[in-house]
Write a protein that binds this ligand. Structure first.
Ligand SMILES: C[S@@+](CC[C@H](N)C(=O)[O-])C[C@H]1O[C@@H](n2cnc3c(N)ncnc32)[C@H](O)[C@@H]1O
Length: 258
């Protein structure tokens, strides 16, 4: 998908942070920083977070001393990210570019990130090639690319057809039901989210969003990277730098070098 206006996160964006407040982005920033330090020891590195969503990794990483920019296809997510950095008086530049139009960003980066399986939103191999070519041209010499993705083996073995998640703060409550189906021939994932939104215990809105994703197998991902001149360096389960990957490891982190 190359059209920025077709973002799937449009209605979902204002509730994204509430729904994922159980995710420890601070700890994730340390995980990313440790991976960076394993392969780069320069000071003051420049990072671009592609598919940055509401900018939480970008904000946490800038607190660790990195110089951050972020980009996302969703104008709504970027708007929220911009407001957050303004409020926190943090300097992070955000762009409203898709993975496929990332080359419009000026500048070169030491590290490019793509976190929380955002890459799985690229369902066509052609679009994945375009993204990797953009990553290649935006990386400085010896730059590294860190991303995580859904592991095909784990998805096919263990995906749940129906899941629910809830979150609430002082006045709002959000319930999300997800229905998932997969096509094992094309590796596509069809995810339908149903949201119910409550304010002071009264239902104020219900809406649904269709998310279309694709899972990847480890060797397949390595082949696509190498076809695009990106050299595989390291893999581990997401958030477990010292652990081994097993067939039921759902989220896999890759470190790749230009
Ligand atoms: C699961 S969210 C992850 C957001 C963020 N990285 C995080 O960790 O919270 C997936 C993100 O990918 C973005 N996305 C999906 N397709 C995209 C595309 N083709 N180009 C750029 N961003 C995309 C969505 O807008 C969304 O913000």
């Amino acid at each position: 998908m190359t059209n920025k206006t077709k973002s799937r996160f449009s209605k979902y964006a204002p509730f994204y942070d509430l729904l994922y407040e159980d995710k420890d982005y601070g700890a994730e920033a340390y995980f990313i920083s440790d991976l960076i330090k394993d392969f780069k020891n320069d000071k003051k590195l420049t990072l671009l977070d592609a598919g940055c969503g509401t900018g939480i990794h970008a904000i946490e990483l800038s607190k660790l001393g990195y110089i951050l920019e972020g980009s996302d296809i969703s104008g709504e997510m970027i708007e929220i990210a911009r407001e957050k950095v303004k409020k926190a008086n943090i300097s992070v530049k955000f762009h409203n570019e898709s993975f496929q139009t990332l080359n419009k960003i000026k500048g070169r980066f030491d590290v490019i990130l793509c976190m929380f399986s955002s890459i799985n939103y690229l369902t066509s191999l052609g679009d994945l090639d375009i993204f990797f070519q953009n990553v290649f041209s935006l990386l400085k010499k010896d730059g590294i690319f860190i991303f995580d993705f859904w592991n095909g083996e784990a998805v096919e073995k263990g995906f749940s057809k129906v899941r629910t998640k809830s979150a609430e703060n002082n006045s709002m409550k959000i319930n999300r039901k997800s229905e998932t189906s997969i096509d094992t021939e094309t590796q596509e994932v069809f995810l339908k989210f149903y949201f119910d939104l409550y304010e002071n215990n009264s239902l104020i809105d219900s809406f649904a969003e269709n998310h279309h994703l694709r899972y990847f197998f480890i060797q397949e991902m390595k082949n696509i990277l190498s076809k695009n001149n990106l050299n595989f360096l390291f893999s581990c389960p997401f958030m477990e730098r010292k652990s081994k990957i097993f067939s039921d490891t759902w989220n896999i982190s890759f470190v790749v070098k230009k």
